[in-house]
Design a protein around this ligand. Sequence first.
Ligand code: 13P
Ligand code: SF4
Length: 381
Amino acid sequence: MSDLFETKNQQKKQQQQDDEINGSHKPIISEEELSDTDVLIELKKIKEELKDQVVVLGHHYQQDDVIRFADITGDSLQLAKEAANLDRPYIIFCGVHFMAETTDMLTKSHQKVILPDLRAGCSMADMAKRSEIDKAWAFMQKSTEAKIIPVTYINCAATLKAFVGDNDGSICTSSNAEKIIRWALTQGEKLLFFPDQHLGRNTCFKMGIPISDMVVYNPNMLNGGLTSEQIDNAKVILWYGFCSVHQGFTLDQVHATKKRDPEITVIVHPECNFEVTQAADDYGSTSYIIDQIAKAPAGAKFAIGTEINLVNRLAREFPDKKIMSLSPYQCLCTTMYRVRPRWLLASFRAIKDNKPINIITVPEDIARSSLKALNRMLDIK
Ligand code: 13P
Ligand code: SF4
């Protein structure tokens, strides 16, 4: 049985489990009404019909049958930048909720942003809530006189982007985290980084900040599990958040892969934990990983620590290179995977009927504060 076939099976099983958990959330276009193949045929037709009205954005982790309908593909930074230049009235965002929110804020007021399946969230983004950040901030302000600059990974709700906007901070993505953190440390003496502890730790360490200068604030513990003295002594305060997909890659997998084939390059995403990024040959954002593979010579071998849909796509796009996942398990972002072609078709049909569904709208006051942080990010050189 091929790897690809196994992956498809596993993805199907995962989807069935998801659907069981969300039993009340039945597809708008059922399989009885249209088979998977017919959905793709209909999508091709309706996309052509609505080509002047709709643009489809697709994150690299989307499944192939969604990506083939994307007008623009990219990582979260590329898509955020593209969003700012769009002019069609409808933007269907094939990605997760926080990305659609960001797109809504960066596009013009007459444009509507649609997320094909509203259940497509991000478990990491859910690990930092505005009320928790407010509480943590109050404790930190009480604990130190030093100026703390908050930086949030773009993987968070708009209310958190608003928090950094209102507190002289910035947003970052995995592509520009180093540049943004460097900027933050020129604006203040300390950094609060949320929600992903790993991206924060990996990036700060790469910049020469020792691990001993970093503490982790756990919102599930009183005062984050820290004393005021620890806050006052730390240079970097990391939030206890993580991506369950990337945290699935392990040090043992790096060692086993290298033992099997010492020639192979292990390259991972900075959402992987510290030990994994340190043991890997290289690490970087989704677009960095793609670039490294694209420019490698024929015959190059890579074991990649990131989402499986992207890894499988790279393996198909570069048949002259050997590309495999670092993990024997298929590290699937199940929430990204919730955006399926039949949901995409339902979104197109609703636009055609002039009754668009699943529109993502960020309230004006939150958007205003978030935009300060988003524009700061886009302006930092
Ligand atoms: P990128 O910024 O690399 O697109 O990552 C987004 C993401 O959600 C990774 O898990
Ligand atoms: Fe969120 Fe992880 Fe999925 Fe990225 S891969 S969208 S961080 S859950």
